[in-house]
Write a protein that binds this ligand. Structure first.
Ligand code: SAM
Length: 340
């Protein structure tokens, strides 16, 4: 097919390399910065099952995206491990020609029991979200009375299953968990796991974001360096989301995702698929492009390939870089495709 012969680039010459697939919009946590209970409460209308893309539909789309240059898939949500038989999906994705890496971002609550199965199915890497080692702080953030210990056990289980090095994502929010930065750094030094600090992002109206709540990357690095000096490390690949740093004493590495203070739109090669089959070309895109409709009304692979190619080649998003010039608030972000 013509489109596959020449992988598409967008209007800023960015290729399509990564696809983040949200497999569910549901989560058992109610992290105050992500799915706050006031918004995602008892009455919130989550997607009915029939509206979720099936595993067969996801595997078909993965093959099509792979033909357009995607090499890496990341499964996310919501909480992806709430989707039953996720290992079966991983096995179906793992046989797509061209896909070299399948990763999972999870809150870790269900990971210990699934890690070995997922690894056997072809999962290569896992990122576990953990915002503090202090139960009171962690529970205040996850708003689900979920303690720290099972998440630490899940990290160990993932490493034992061969999903190492495990990445650990910590969102840092001023006044909530900045006191957890040093204990987290101390806990994960010399473990081989990679702790990544994420600047608290504006996700629209739902989390009441204020710039004052962001602890800038530079401040986090300065704080850590006072205790354990770090030096920048070269990116693993072009467009890597996290800036890498290495402890100079050999304690391993950390990452910083500075999406607020150092936006990385120029290197963004990611597309995001929501659980109901909307394709987003930017985390902050106001609207997605429906792929489920064409999938369910008989579109051929060629038609789907042309559709995605058209969407990607028209892509001009650089939302975070433009934020300083913006006067209107950010559109609401669909949390079910935030990824990590
Ligand atoms: N439930 C899974 C998890 O907890 O990892 C996957 C979905 S979650 C939305 C993906 C990642 O986005 C997590 O690491 C989470 O901490 C991060 N995240 C969510 N809201 C955020 C925000 N407002 N700012 C920065 N990171 C955020």
């Amino acid at each position: 097919m013509a489109a596959a012969d020449l992988p598409p680039a967008d209007t800023l010459a960015r290729p399509l390399r990564d696809l983040r697939i949200s497999v569910t919009d549901r989560c058992q946590f109610r992290c105050t910065y992500c799915m706050p209970r006031e918004v995602f409460g008892r009455d919130f209308a989550f997607l009915p099952r029939k509206e979720l893309l099936t595993f067969e539909e996801l595997a078909r789309l993965a093959r099509i995206f792979a033909s357009l240059g995607v090499r890496k898939l990341r499964l996310t949500g919501g909480e992806p491990l709430l989707r039953r038989d996720l290992d079966k999906l991983v096995a179906m994705l793992a046989v797509s020609d061209g896909i070299t890496d399948i990763a999972l971002t999870t809150n870790g609550a269900l990971l210990a029991r699934h890690a070995a199965k997922l690894a056997a199915a072809g999962l290569r890497r896992v990122t576990v979200s953990l915002d503090s080692l202090d139960d009171a702080v962690f529970m205040a953030l996850n708003d689900a009375a979920f303690p720290v210990a099972p998440v630490l056990e899940a990290i160990d289980a993932a490493a034992a299953a061969g999903l190492a090095p495990v990445k650990v994502n910590m969102v840092v929010r001023r006044g909530m968990n900045e006191q957890s930065i040093l204990p987290m750094a101390a806990r994960f030094r010399h473990t081989g796991h990679v702790l990544r600090f994420i600047e608290y992002m504006d996700v629209g109206t739902t989390n009441g974001w204020r710039l004052d709540d962001v602890v800038p990357a530079a401040e986090i690095i300065a704080l850590i360096s006072e205790h354990w000096p770090v030096e920048p490390a070269v990116p693993n690949y072009p467009g890597e989301v996290a800036n890498r740093y290495r402890y100079t004493d050999g304690g391993g590495e950390i990452g910083i995702i500075a999406s607020v203070t150092q936006p990385f739109c120029r290197g963004c090669t990611r597309a995001r698929l929501s659980a109901d089959g909307q394709l987003f070309t930017c985390l902050f895109a106001a609207a997605g492009h429906d792929l489920r409709g064409p999938l369910r009304t008989g579109a051929t692979d060629w038609e789907l390939t042309e559709l995605v190619t058209g969407i990607w080649t028209r892509r001009a998003d650089r939302y975070s870089e433009q934020r300083t010039r913006r006067t209107k608030p950010r559109p609401k972000v669909e949390m079910s495709h935030i990824g990590g």
